[in-house]
Design a protein around this ligand. Sequence first.
Ligand code: NAD
Length: 420
Amino acid sequence: MIVAIAKETFPGERRVALAPAHVPLLLKAGLEVLVERSAGQAAGYPDRQYSEKGAKIAANRAELSTADVILEVRAAGAHPQASAAQLDHLRSGQVVIAMCDPLGNPQPARDLADRGVTLFALELLPRITRAQSMDVLSSMATVAGYRAVLLGAEALPKMFPMLMTAAGTLTPAKVFIMGVGVAGLQAIATARRLGAVVSANDIRPAVKEQVESLGAKFVELQLHIEAAEDKGGYAKEMGEEFLQKQRELIARVVAESDVVITTAAVPGKKAPTLVTAEMVAGMAPGSVVVDLAAERGGNCELTEPGKTIDHNGVTILGPTNLPAEVPQHASQMYSKNITTFLLHLIEDGQVKLDLEDEIVRDTLITHGGGVVNARVCESLGIEPASPDPPKPPPAPEDAPTPKEESVENPDVYGFAKGDE
Ligand code: NAD
């Protein structure tokens, strides 16, 4: 089976789906690895490094049509500018594994389904212990949280650490992190390492201890929060009345902060507005807001996705792809995640669809010419197609029982080249 690594085409994307270090893991599993020319160049991985590890180099995208599996960082919905020409390189029966924003932008999944492509969306991996080593969202959030602090530090006209010098004492920067998931925790750790005084806030009560263990202050909301998280550990969407009270309570902390980093998100929903224009007006000139939720509607009312704006002396950054700004480590982490996921799917050198396995079931978006994922179908307003192979017609009552050709294991649907 051939596994291909496509060169990313999304503007500004510098990551690559597979790092050279993970090529041997795939070869050991009996797979061949084909890398599109200069796919890893922007991440600091020249073709030579892939060849040295035993991969073949493909001259162009068209050559990847020989592959059974294509690994990408951004496919379909996560790459809205993908031209029809690019989609044309995909053929029926190919498996694509990538991030593809299947809930935010589900329509392109239909195009892939129409082409008979089997698509897996890594964003939909269940957040369970078994899938931790495949969790691309955690990996990319880690990189984004780190990078957000560096952007904030760079834009701030002050230094982060406290310094006592012959020229006087410089007070440390005050950094406030709103939303303490994976990105928020990494932002706290990074800002602390740079010497800032850090405080943080989240609506999930479990977070307080984690914040304090990193040496930051947890800003308590004197609000009754009932069931702020779902059983998956994610925040639930709060009503406007709650958000209004939350804004009133944190306005003072925002006003006193040099850098505010917002990472608050609710899966599948627009990001909550936590920082209003009025709150920004209360910040000192030179202060900075880094809004990591820019792509999902923004946590700050004034954020413009992909832009840096100056609002009465306050700088507001709305970065949309921070992991691509640290492409080598982001690719290394993504590569480990996607390799673990692919090897999880492989049995006897072929991709197997075990729909009893929630890792497979939750991430499978299209198969057999249809969109099969229930959550994506809900977003599209359509009924899920069945991923099962068509059943044989029922045998007449007096006919002999058919042989067990069917089902040694009725829950495992294997599909190899030409099975489709
Ligand atoms: P996320 O990106 O969906 O959200 C970021 C943070 O925003 C969350 O902490 C959320 O509580 C917070 N938030 C939402 N609304 C808010 C509001 N109004 N005010 C303040 N904060 C608000 O989350 P994420 O980083 O992807 O993960 C969240 C949690 O999921 C983790 O902290 C962890 O508990 C769990 N998780 C589990 C695993 C695993 O078990 N494998 C892996 C990753 C994450």
